[in-house]
Design a binder for this molecule. Structure first.
Ligand code: UD1
Length: 332
């Protein structure tokens, strides 16, 4: 199949492109490199031996998005492109709604215009909000507490409504838990510009000396060691989840939300120690105040992904830490 991947140069997007190419799909990438780098395309080529076709454009650029659909016979879309920093979304809500919501609307309009009716959407466990209790099941009511989270809730709604308007449309709304790790080659991984918001990228920066000390946001949560527990999964497992979703999508009834996680939760301190063991590098940390909006515990119920997609994670926390370390050590 020919698959259009929006945000294909990003962290999860690039790993997914590799799995698509490995599976003999023809990959076309749209990316404006807002939060990624053009050399990721070279690295995808180096790893797979195939260079994906690239359109270095924004989804807001309707004229050029239309051209992508006119110039290629696209079978399905995997939609990653979007902004994802929670704090920034609180400061710049209009930018988040414009990029994420309007970008998706342009994409869906062009899909409709060109009769492309299959989409896999990059959603997040953030849509479970703060009222539900883990393990999260896909039938729980969705909600958000910041503009970033609302864009995910709203885009899921928009795609569901498009599917409801035409029974030929099929969508997988993939709710990711906490992807970490990197490709085994050490060529691609998560390496955000500036000070990272997420835990593993921060640990990586401390490991290579770019940050002095990790801040652990709170050790007074009602959890076994007092720090936050999350469902970390290897980004390559996550990428394979997208392939499984594409393979199953024809049998879907409209838009289907599916959790992609391991079903197991690991604490901040456990992750730090696993990383230290995998890397042999000490990670100095200090306990600071809780971060606003953080949950104590977040993990997936994984039954739906197992039955509907026949997908299950294979990599362990040790594998994730080894590959995150290998990547940052290769790219410091
Ligand atoms: C965060 C976002 C979530 C988003 C996801 C993916 C918040 C509140 N949530 O999830 O909406 O979908 O990223 O981008 O921002 N931690 C530290 N020190 C750090 C960083 C994190 O102790 O420097 C802790 C956090 O308190 C949490 C755990 O590590 O307990 C994981 O944090 P993070 O990697 O930011 O992921 P989430 O908070 O789960």
């Amino acid at each position: 199949m020919t698959i259009l991947v929006t945000g294909g140069a990003g962290y999860i997007g690039s790993h997914t492109c590799i799995e698509l190419i490995k599976d003999k799909h023809n990959v076309i990438i749209i990316d404006n490199f807002y939060n990624s780098s053009p050399d990721v395309i070279d690295k995808i080529e180096k790893i797979t031996g195939t260079r994906p076709k690239l359109y270095p454009i924004s989804l807001l650029d309707k004229k050029n998005v239309k051209k992508v659909f006119e110039e290629n016979k696209i079978d399905a879309v995997i939609h990653f492109a979007g902004l994802k920093a929670v704090g920034e979304s609180v400061e710049k809500p209009l930018m988040y709604y414009r990029e994420n919501i309007y970008g998706t609307i342009v994409l869906l309009e062009e899909m409709k215009e060109h009769e492309v009716k299959k989409i896999v959407f990059s959603s997040s466990a953030t849509v479970y909000g703060i009222e539900n209790n883990p393990p999260y099941t896909e039938d729980m009511k969705t909600d958000a507490i910041n503009p970033y989270g609302y864009t995910k809730v709203m885009i899921e709604r928009i795609i569901t409504d498009v599917c409801n308007s035409d029974s030929q449309w099929k969508a997988a709304l993939l709710r990711y838990f906490n992807p970490i790790g990197a490709h085994e080659s050490g060529l691609i991984g998560d390496n955000p510009n500036g000070i990272p918001n997420n835990l593993m990228p921060y640990i990586q920066k401390v490991a290579v000396g770019e940050q002095k000390m990790l801040k652990v946001f709170g050790n007074d949560y009602p959890t076994p060691d007092g720090t936050g527990y999350r469902d970390y999964l290897h980004v390559v497992d996550l990428a394979i989840g997208h392939i499984k979703a594409l393979e199953s999508i024809d049998k879907f009834d409209g838009a289907v939300p599916i959790n992609l996680g391991t079903g197991k939760a690991t604490s901040v301190l456990e992750l730090i120690h696993a990383f230290e063991k995998a890397s042999g590098v000490k990670i100095p940390y200090e306990i600071v105040e809780r971060r606003t909006g953080d949950l104590a515990v977040c993990y997936a119920d994984t039954k739906k992904a197992e039955t509907l997609l026949e997908w299950k994670t294979k990599f362990s926390i040790e594998d994730m830490c080894r590959d995150s370390w290998n990547f940052i050590n290769n790219n410091k």
